[in-house]
Write a protein that binds this ligand. Structure first.
Ligand SMILES: Nc1ncnc2c1ncn2[C@@H]1O[C@H](COP(=O)(O)OP(=O)(O)O)[C@@H](O)[C@H]1O
Ligand SMILES: C=C(OP(=O)(O)O)C(=O)O
Ligand SMILES: [Ca+2]
Ligand SMILES: [Mn+2]
Length: 670
């Protein structure tokens, strides 16, 4: 760790992109697109672009003038190779290629700027720089005459104006956030996710029972892609965001998000890493592109479709298509799936976890399914926030994948969660909340639209965010479970084998709303605390985690942020203030030194006392008035764990069978 100097929370990775010979300027090896010989279908921004000579001719009648939305760097030093106009043209060509039909000879032409901003037609631009080396061909199909205005990397202010002018349900709240509605879907639709199964992915990915990867073929993907692109091209404008994922400069990827709503563009502006003007200028071809045509349904008669919603991932093409859902979380978690594929290939572990760092550089990871407390507990006024949801653990330490946070807002209060409360200001997207018509004060207790109300804000809206969002190797690995049975202890210290057992199990009681269709909490097992997003078999991630935890001496903890004093319905959720005290004791190291007792059935080591927490709640049996009911619930949950783990019993984890056997023995015993 010597080269990763760390003073006063100023930890950063050294960028050594130069060691990645041949992997492109951002160090990422291109994903192989298995292009078949003689295949007419080609999508490569670096290939023959749209016929630029005809663009200006075609557009001279309709092109609307607008101020540049991206600060343009002028000629500098002796290196400036392209003029501003040329650079803008190249950018438009790249986007044009993204939006091109794959089956017609020409795609739509794109023009920069808001079509509604009707100003004089700019004077005809003559081509002084004959930098196009291809021969212009005549475009004859109708689609060649189509054009779409591109609203490229707009600022929050511009996106506010777009949303308020054109999208019903967009309002400015009293604190300055942009309130939006996500439409019929207010949570993710994991059953509508499809992944293209081709020769490569058939071998590489996790398929079958328990896997989130429901297959589709390449052709069906292209049918949906065409539908999405045609929809987007039928609009008079689309939003394009060019941004980054992963704060580790060696493993950063470039993403392009094409969407129809200002809401989606602002959401991704907040959630992905925002490029500087210089970085944007050199952006080039994205590594991955999302086509979000969420307002438009998929065709239910298309093969593999089981509803009018479809979220389709094609790793070979480096593309994702979204049809039939406007829930913005699909984009962020869709890209997370992509990272779960790309990163392990480079020996980097991708994690569905929050992450923060103490003043002394001690890093903690917070794993857990939706609603278990990753965002709430990683946002801690006494610690540096590295990120709330998606991270990578590489040889250098941890890095956030994202540039923003996505907090649940239900019952949010300024007293209990001041940092999140204060982050809900100008620039923040507030999804599906209810507010006073006149005062615009948000009622965070109102579930009329959904229980899954959300706020998406840039990470720097949290005052003690750690920028750049990277840190040293974790010291504590905290597994969060929201146990609706009320039988898991508020905190247990785990052995490495127990950590792996609970990591692979990924237990929680799913809190209503985040996944579409879930209304009541129910016990759920989701491998690696994120089965909806992992692409490889869970044991691959588990082996990597075990190896890293062992190598760096991290301690595992299981924290129940769910029920105490009875199951859901009779007990109550453990007070956030108590959970925070528990987490404080983990961070400070005092809990590591505490006295422990072992529980029956799960064999968990529970501390006998923690400062600021009533001792009697530490062993859940004390909080239940009906001891028989407690034992029944405990055995019931233990049984569910056992049943869930059966499928993993046959898998080898790591290089030998030793770890596998230890892990199997670390589960409930009765
Ligand atoms: N004891 C507790 N620990 C953590 N969160 C709690 C607790 N009690 C209630 N909550 C609430 O549960 C929710 C946790 O959600 P969140 O932090 O967004 O989870 P995640 O980021 O893992 O999806 C928040 O609304 C939080 O206020
Ligand atoms: C965005 C999500 O993340 P989380 O609920 O884990 O914060 C989600 O699951 O839709
Ligand atoms: Ca592309
Ligand atoms: Mn979260």
């Amino acid at each position: 760790m010597a080269e990763n100097g760390m003073e006063n929370g100023e930890f950063s990775f050294a960028a050594n992109g130069s060691t990645n010979g041949g992997k492109g300027r951002n160090g990422l090896a291109k994903i192989q697109t298995h292009k078949k010989k003689g295949d007419e279908i080609c999508h490569d921004d670096s290939a023959a672009p749209v016929k630029a000579q005809t663009i200006d001719e075609l557009h001279s009648l309709q092109r609307k003038k607008s101020a540049p939305t991206t600060p343009i760097k002028g000629m500098q030093g002796g290196f400036a190779a392209v003029s501003e106009e040329e650079r803008q043209n190249q950018q438009l060509q790249s986007i044009s290629a993204s939006l091109a039909s794959l089956t017609r000879e020409t795609g739509p032409k794109v023009v920069k700027g808001d079509p509604a901003r009707k100003t004089e037609t700019p004077k005809h631009v003559t081509h002084h720089h004959h930098h196009h080396h291809y021969a212009p061909t005549l475009s004859t199909s109708d689609s060649a005459l189509k054009f779409t205005h591109i609203l490229y990397n707009l600022s929050p202010g511009e996106l506010y104006e777009q949303a308020i002018k054109y999208e019903k349900g967009s309002f400015i709240t009293a604190s300055g956030a942009l309130a939006t509605l996500s439409g019929a879907k207010t949570g993710r639709s994991p059953r509508d996710k499809r992944v293209v199964k081709d020769e490569t992915t058939a071998d590489e990915l996790w398929w079958g029972k328990g896997s989130p990867n429901i297959e589709m073929d390449e052709h069906t993907f292209l049918v949906n892609r065409e539908r999405a692109v045609d929809y987007l091209c039928s609009l008079d404008k689309v939003f394009v965001n060019d941004q980054f994922l992963n704060w580790d400069p060696n493993h950063r990827i470039k993403v392009r998000i094409v969407s129809a709503r200002a809401y989606h563009s602002l959401f991704m502006h907040n959630m992905c890493i925002r490029p500087t003007p210089d970085e944007l200028e050199d952006f080039g071809t994205p590594d991955f592109t999302i086509y979000n045509a969420g307002q438009f349904p998929c065709n239910r008669y298309t093969h593999y479709m089981t509803s009018s919603t479809s979220i389709d991932l094609n790793l070979a093409r480096r593309e994702m298509v979204i049809l039939g859902t406007q829930y913005a979380g699909e984009m962020k978690k869709g890209l997370f799936s992509v990272m779960h594929y790309l990163m392990p290939k480079r020996q980097v572990l991708s994690l569905h976890s929050g992450c923060n760092m103490g003043k002394n550089g001690d890093v903690a990871l917070f794993f857990g399914l939706s609603g278990t407390g990753k965002t709430t507990l990683s946002t801690d006024h006494n610690r540096y926030l590295i990120g709330d949801d998606e991270h990578c653990w590489s040889e250098n330490g941890v890095s956030n994948i994202e540039g923003g946070c996505y907090a649940k807002c239900i019952d949010l209060s300024g007293e209990k969660e001041p940092d999140i409360w204060n982050a809900i200001k100008f620039g923040t997207v507030l999804e599906n909340v209810v507010f006073d018509e006149h005062s615009r004060d948000v009622d965070y207790s109102d579930k009329s639209v959904t229980e899954n109300t959300r706020a998406a804000y840039p990470i720097e809206y949290i005052p003690n965010a750690k920028i750049p969002c990277v840190g040293p190797h974790p010291k504590n690995v905290i597994l969060l479970a929201c146990d609706a049975f009320g039988v898991l202890p508020p905190v247990s210290k785990l052995s490495l084998a127990q950590t792996m057992y609970h990591f692979i199990s990924g237990y929680t009681a799913l809190v209503a709303g985040t996944e579409d269709g879930i209304k009541e909490p129910q016990a759920t097992f989701s491998a690696c605390f994120g089965a909806a997003f992992i692409m490889l078999h869970p044991t691959k991630y588990a082996a990597m985690l075990a190896e890293k935890m062992r190598k760096h001496g991290a301690t595992g903890w299981l924290v129940n942020t769910g029920w105490s004093g009875g199951s859901y319905g009779s007990g109550n959720r453990i007070k956030l203030a108590y959970t925070r005290k528990i987490i404080d004791a983990i961070h400070s190291g005092t809990l590591l030194e505490a006295n422990y007792a072992k529980t029956e059935v799960f064999g968990l080591n529970i501390p006998t006392g923690i400062e600021g927490v009533p001792s009697e709640i530490l062993d859940p049996i004390n909080t239940w008035s009906d001891k028989k009911a407690y034992k029944d619930a405990l055995l019931k949950l233990g049984g569910l764990f056992k049943k869930n783990f059966e499928v993993f019993a046959n898998y080898k984890i790591g290089t030998d069978n030793k770890l596998t056997e230890e892990i199997l023995a670390a589960g409930p015993n009765f």
